[in-house]
Design a protein around this ligand. Structure first.
Ligand SMILES: NC(=O)C1=CN([C@@H]2O[C@H](COP(=O)(O)OP(=O)(O)OC[C@H]3O[C@@H](n4cnc5c(N)ncnc54)[C@H](OP(=O)(O)O)[C@@H]3O)[C@@H](O)[C@H]2O)C=CC1
Ligand SMILES: CC(=O)C(=O)O
Ligand SMILES: [Mg+2]
Length: 773
């Protein structure tokens, strides 16, 4: 094994806290198709016609159009979503000059992160030269293929010259990630660390170890954000960069040289408030950390191993805030939080460059996001050694987690907005709120569909009763509901129990959340009388009603909604769906003239949102019920902005093969024919026929649906359950629901396994259903 290989393997393997071994990493990279990337087609290339369109002769048409108007390259090619990750391998992470070929795993990794986190298509280009002119020439002519250039792991000072020259030569954003991506993320973390430790940037004393690509850019950005130049000391392999130093200097280091008597890193760190390490593993000793100011802030960002580990730093300074570039410690300050989202925003407005305003906007958006409550899927998504422990703004959570699905819809719009305001956007976005929503849906379809509804609810906050108010996850959902601006949550439960759970959680309940103890509520008498009046001819005595209102939280909560004391209700985590529904039904009837059914939203990456019904109530619906479900489900589709195309599903398609179940389904279609509804529908048909218009065009050209079905009416509960429960486990589809449809008041029942986010989403949907129509 040569030295470089040995170093890189050991760098991964000898780390006590590493979650992966070098063997695992090598096996992963070698498994199946080697590496981490492949290219996929976005257009069919199946038939001779496809070939004629995609290639000669058809391809001539877009060529000629682009020749006529170069901006059309963004319409007819992948340019607008395509970024090159380019390196010569002279500063591969903190491993040193490994050369272009050995940098390829990192560059493939960066390209993979672009896709995973921001749906930016990307390819790595490893350029085998250390000569600045040769490198610049290799890259400068590639502009036509790409919407942006991400330079990576090129050592200083060459990287400064290369980036500057390419920025001048190219008309697309050229961004050296190790400089600016790192600076943006580090600045965001620093803003929050200073906020937590009560520091004002103007008085902060910062030491940066390293004076290369990342360090110089960090120094520049934090100075631009308010830290005084004389308060920032840089050090490199030769020690402190003081004014007058001659050894190992260059113009970029000179620009940050300060008057100081400190000559060594240890001397510089004495009394410093903050430290940023952008150098190599182990460059900082515990003694240096011990000498820092109270509540020191330590960002040891060298990769893959930090300048000092968090454990070592905390051992000598338990009062420190510490961050690293790694994902297996809290506070990962790594440019992965920046470059995918920065390029997303820049590409979407066709920015000609990524300027300082866009960088500052990204840093501020990142900093602000960390101060919000953290979604549960983030808390549980490998967010460090604490596993699924709850994350909230504080010393161990100063920066968002890379898996936070909100990053794309917060950082990219901030960058796009700054590009527009600073005049570098060539295709401005007029509706930024909608852009943010679309971005959320681009990666996380659930978020996309819910976000529009959520926006509406935020504009018209509602009062929602959470029937199981003593449950921890319900309390967390209620707090999130209040914080999200959806309205006032009402927790049904005993105050002492609720307060004890809140205390254990360590999150203050705060204002704007009510607790209703059903047993001692002043409303009890009125609710019992009301329920008795409603059910007295169905075998219920007054005392039965009193007992139900006192003891059954679902009955009490449903009485609140039915009597106008709350707008909507959510329940389900402590009792089965059927049991919860039974309690609710005592107080709330189905809406007159409609049908009660369950509607599940299936959010699939490729096909978008599909509504499936009935997924909760009718085991074998008759034709009239199926027709009614179709009408209601179509209306629900319209409410979430979809023009309904309803398919009545079966195992058979238009009579083939024959059987008894399709008879019901066919009759439902006939019933709709008689009612002259205002949406598309057809059936019976198999699911593939419903979802695939090409297949329909070939085999059933008479079918009345004009596109893929987006409302699937199921022939029975068995098929509905199989579909909605299997799909999320077999595919990347996600489901929301079943949502209870057809009650006279908005009540939703979640599954007992529901997490905080699901409860929150369902409560938001319930609130939405309570909005005036
Ligand atoms: N967490 C993150 O997101 C990121 C982390 N990094 C990390 O930052 C480090 C530097 O990367 P980059 O700027 O691209 O590389 P460069 O090669 O451009 O710069 C390296 C710098 O580190 C200095 N250095 C090396 N060893 C020591 C030492 N023992 N003491 C003090 N200074 C030292 C060098 O000093 P000299 O000038 O004297 O040679 C040089 O200034 C790497 O570990 C990298 O992984 C980089 C980007 C992002
Ligand atoms: C994270 C990164 O880009 C680096 O360490 O070089
Ligand atoms: Mg890098």
């Amino acid at each position: 094994m040569d030295d470089a290989r040995k170093n890189s393997v050991e760098a991964v393997a000898d780390t006590r806290t590493a979650r992966v071994t070098s063997e695992e990493a090598l096996a992963m990279h070698a498994e199946g198709r080697p590496g981490k990337l492949e290219i996929r087609l976005t257009k069919p290339l199946i038939t001779a016609r496809d070939l004629s369109l995609a290639y000669s002769p058809g391809v001539a048409a877009p060529c000629l159009e682009i020749h006529r108007d170069p901006s059309l390259a963004y319409d007819y090619t992948s340019k607008g979503n395509f970024v090159a990750v380019i390196s010569n391998g002279t500063a591969v992470l903190g491993l040193g000059n490994l050369g272009a070929l050995a940098s390829k795993p990192v560059m493939e990794g960066k390209a993979a992160l672009f896709k995973r986190f921001a749906d930016v298509d990307s390819m790595d280009l490893c350029v085998n030269t250390e000569d600045v002119d040769a490198f610049v020439n290799a890259v400068r002519y590639l502009g036509p293929s790409f919407g942006g250039i991400n330079l990576e792991d090129i050592k200083a000072p060459e990287c400064f010259v290369i980036e500057q020259r390419l920025r001048e030569l190219m008309d697309i954003p050229v961004f050296h990630d190790d400089q600016h991506g790192t600076a943006i993320v580090a600045a965001a973390g620093l803003i929050n660390a200073c906020h937590l430790t009560g520091r004002d940037l103007k008085t902060v004393k910062l030491v940066i170890n390293g004076a290369g690509a990342a360090a110089v850019a960090c120094a520049e950005l934090v100075k631009a954000m308010g830290i005084r130049p004389q308060h920032v000391i840089l050090a490199d392999t030769k020690g402190v960069i003081y004014r007058g130093r001659t050894e190992g200097m260059n113009q970029w280091k000179s620009a940050h040289a300060v008057e100081t008597t400190a000559r060594t890193l240890a001397q510089a760190m004495e009394g410093a408030d903050c430290f940023m390490g952008l150098s190599v593993k182990g460059a900082v000793t515990p003694a240096m950390v011990r000498s820092m100011a109270p509540n020191p802030v330590i960002f040891a960002m060298a990769n893959p191993d930090p300048e000092i580990t968090p454990d070592e730093a905390r051992a000598v300074r338990p009062d420190c805030i510490v961050a690293t570039g790694r994902s297996d410690y809290p506070n990962q300050v790594n440019n992965v939080l920046g470059f995918p989202f920065i390029f997303r925003g820049a590409l979407d407005v066709r920015a000609s460059t990524i300027n300082d305003a866009m960088k500052v906007a990204a840093a501020e958006a990142l900093a602000m996001l960390a101060r919000e409550d953290v979604p549960e899927e983030v808390a549980g998504a490998g967010a460090g050694p604490r596993g699924g422990a709850s994350l909230r703004f504080g010393p161990d959570y100063i920066i968002p987690n890379a898996f936070d699905p909100r990053l794309i819809s917060r950082v990219s719009p901030a960058v796009a907005k700054a590009a527009m305001e600073s005049g570098v956007a060539r295709k401005p976005i007029t509706d930024l709120a909608r852009y943010a929503r679309d971005l959320a849906g681009r990666l996380d379809a659930t978020a996309g569909a819910i976000e529009a509804i959520a926006e509406n609810v935020r504009a018209h906050p509602r009062r929602v009763v959470f029937a199981e108010g003593e449950e921890e996850k319900v309390i967390r959902a209620a707090i999130a509901f209040r914080n999200a601006g959806y309205g006032t949550p009402v927790l049904v439960g005993r105050e002492d129990r609720v307060n004890a759970t809140v205390a254990a959680l360590g999150i203050p309940l705060g204002a704007g959340i009510e607790i209703q103890n059903a047993r001692v509520s002043e409303k009890n008498g009125a609710y019992a009388d009301w329920l008795y009046a409603k059910r007295q001819r169905e075998g219920f005595l007054l005392r039965d009603c009193q007992r139900l209102v006192n003891l059954d939280r679902n009955v009490f909560a449903a009485c609140m909604v039915a009597n106008g004391d709350a707008d909507a209700m959510v329940t389900g985590v402590t009792r089965s769906y059927a049991a919860a529904l039974e309690g609710v039904r005592l107080a709330i009837d189905p809406a007159p003239g409609t049908v009660l059914f369950g509607l599940t939203l299936m959010l699939a990456r490729r096909s978008g949102t599909v509504l499936v019904a009935d997924t909760a109530i009718h085991e074998r619906p008759d034709a009239a019920t199926l027709a009614e479900i179709a009408i209601r489900a179509a209306a629900a589709a319209r409410r979430i902005g979809q023009e309904p195309r309803v398919a009545f599903l079966s195992f058979s398609t238009f009579g083939d093969p024959k059987g008894s179940i399709p008879g019901n389904v066919r009759d439902a279609v006939k019933l709709l024919d008689q009612r002259e509804v205002d949406f598309e529908y057809d059936g019976e048909m198999a699911a593939d026929v419903a979802l695939d218009p090409d297949l329909r065009a070939k085999l059933y050209p008479f079918c009345r649906l004009t596109g893929p079905a987006n409302v699937l009416v199921m022939p029975g509960l068995h098929a509905a359950h199989i579909l909605t429960k299997a799909a999320p486990r077999l595919t990347s589809a996600q489901t929301i629901g079943p949502l209870l449809m057809g009650l006279s008041a908005p009540v939703q029942i979640v599954g007992m396994e529901a997490g905080v986010n699901q409860i929150l989403d369902i409560a938001c949907l319930a609130a939405h259903a309570a909005l005036p129509k």
